[in-house]
Ligand binder design. Structure first.
Ligand code: NAI
Length: 484
């Protein structure tokens, strides 16, 4: 028996979890469940991370959490338990498999176009750090963190998935034409890792082009790997291609802890009525069984599910309206009755189970992931984000007075667009500028010199934020303003 932690979740969570566990039990899946306390009601009891210490301990011991959707209380300043769980336990890859399900009509299934897409989304970094600040009462800033080690973890996982799937293609989607450093790291890392998998066709695509191609020719893609926010949007787009959120499973994969859940939320509008569609949670459960080596159980259940759908059985949210819909429990019962049946298309081969408990390493300290042979760093200059509602020339006149034999004012930008030394009267301004100073020579600046410059700037302006300008192996590692 493999032990896993289960959190039933909020809203429709308990109903769909009950249906899925009934199917697992009927299939005699060799799993032992430990139910843990997580969700809105745990927040309400005063646990600010939405889980009890016991729940945390159980999950960190067993390494597998199978969870129903959970609600984040609104307006209490608490962070989403779903995002917190994924980040705390470093489930760095979010894998979602989308395939044509016969019986679930879509424009593509009706056109005879078969979809089999796997989206691997980075799960920790990007704007999901939720690191945001108001610089002035008019201007907010969000930090988008993309790291090389973080990108390596998820991209390597995506290549492994592509290999297992015998994928015809693995594509990295990005916006590196605009975000040259953040998406640049992700894209460069993708091609570095691609060299280790010469048997796979690896290519890249700008994310907006991907959106257009996914809705016109979804069949040309196989495995996609993306950063967190872009991956979030693309995953939901792909869910729409195969019939909607009711059919979108998700696996959050880490080296120690993995979380399996449906993509959809708690569906408060239909909660408590036993009418929710359990398919997405069941598909997530099937992914969990495969992950644990329980491939025979997974194949039996998946074949029964596909057969059930093929034969027109459906809950109220999808399917042929001329066939009466089933409630959650009845839908699960039909799947159970269909054990041993094989669907006409996409049937899975039932082999034997190779059970493996998730291995959770015992750690005494946090893992520091750092690139070996890192490039040589020096400081070329500094950006001061200042609050000011004057015209660019007036700002420049003051800031140029800070010039010294060590550094000088290079440019001034507003919302990333250069407004000094050259600019346009047609650039609208907000009350927050960035003034950039660079070293006069290639010796660079010291932190002490930056502090001295800071002391000059605050005499005239409110400084909202400071960013040093790095040179890595002598190359500029910061963006230029538009028009610079
Ligand atoms: P939602 O996914 O709960 O609902 C969107 C629409 O889809 C609703 O009309 C709902 O009835 C329908 N729907 C969703 N799942 C269904 C199912 N299995 N069967 C039939 N119909 C289904 O999204 P919404 O309303 O934006 O969020 C509700 C709550 O869920 C929020 O508190 C949100 O924070 C939470 N949430 C939790 C997630 C998680 O635990 N991973 C993910 C997304 C949202």
């Amino acid at each position: 028996m493999i032990k896993i932690a289960i959190a039933k979740g909020d809203g429709i969570g308990p109903e769909i979890m009950e249906a899925v566990l009934k199917i697992f039990d009927a299939a005699k899946v060799p799993l032992e469940y430990q139910f843990v306390e997580m969700g809105k009601w745990v927040f309400d009891k005063g646990f600010n991370n939405g889980m009890t210490p016991d729940a945390k301990n159980t999950i960190e011991t067993l390494g597998i959490l199978f969870k129903g959707p959970m609600e984040t209380p609104k307006g209490k300043g608490v962070k989403s338990i779903n995002v917190t769980a994924r980040k705390t336990w470093n489930t760095y890859a979010n894998k979602r498999a989308f395939q044509t399900l016969h019986g679930v009509d879509t424009v593509f299934s009706e056109a005879g176009i078969s979809i089999d897409l796997t989206v691997v989304r980075e799960n920790i970094e990007d704007t999901y750090g939720g690191i945001e600040h108001m610089l002035t009462s008019d201007v907010a800033i969000s930090r988008r963190i993309i790291s090389k080690p973080g990108s390596e973890q998820v991209i390597r996982y995506a290549f492994e998935i592509a290999k297992q799937k015998s994928a015809k293609r693995i594509s990295c989607a990005h916006k590196a034409n605009i975000m040259k450093l953040t998406d640049g790291i992700f894209l460069n890392t993708f091609y570095e890792i691609a060299k280790e998998y010469p048997e796979l066709k690896a290519d890249d695509i700008i994310v907006d082009d991907l959106c257009m191609k996914l809705v016109t020719h979804p069949e040309i893609f196989d495995v996609l790997v993306l950063t967190n926010l872009q991956g979030d949007i693309i995953s939901d787009l792909c869910a729409g291609l195969v019939g909607g959120l009711g059919f979108a499973p998700s696996a959050n994969i880490g080296d120690d802890i993995c979380i399996f859940e449906a993509v959809h939320g708690t569906a408060p509008d239909i909660a408590g009525r036993n009418i929710a569609n359990p398919t997405a949670l069941l598909l997530s459960g099937i992914a969990m069984l495969n992950h644990l080596g329980l491939t025979a159980s997974a194949a039996t259940i998946e074949n029964a599910l596909l057969y059930t759908l093929e034969n027109g059985n459906h809950t109220g949210d999808f399917g042929n309206k001329s066939i009466p819909s089933l409630n959650t429990t009845a839908f699960a019962d039909v799947i159970i009755r269909n054990f041993g049946k094989v669907p006409k298309t996409n049937s899975k081969k039932v082999t034997v189970d190779h059970p493996k408990q998730q291995f959770v390493a015992k750690l005494n300290e946090n893992l520091m992931m750092e690139t070996v042979n890192a490039p040589k760093e020096s400081i070329a200059g500094v950006d001061f984000f200042i609050q000011c509602d004057r015209q660019p020339n007036e700002v420049a006149k003051i800031a140029e007075m800070y010039n010294s034999d060590r550094y000088k004012l290079i440019n001034i930008s507003n919302r990333g667009t250069q407004v000094w030394p050259a600019g346009s009267m047609y650039t609208n301004l907000v009350n927050q500028y960035t003034i950039r100073f660079e070293s006069n020579d290639n010796l660079g600046l010291s932190q002490q010199e930056i502090v001295e410059l800071y002391a000059k700037v605050i005499k005239d302006f409110k400084v909202c934020s400071v960013e040093t300008l790095l040179l890595l192996d002598g190359n500029k590692a910061y963006s230029l303003a538009q028009g610079q």
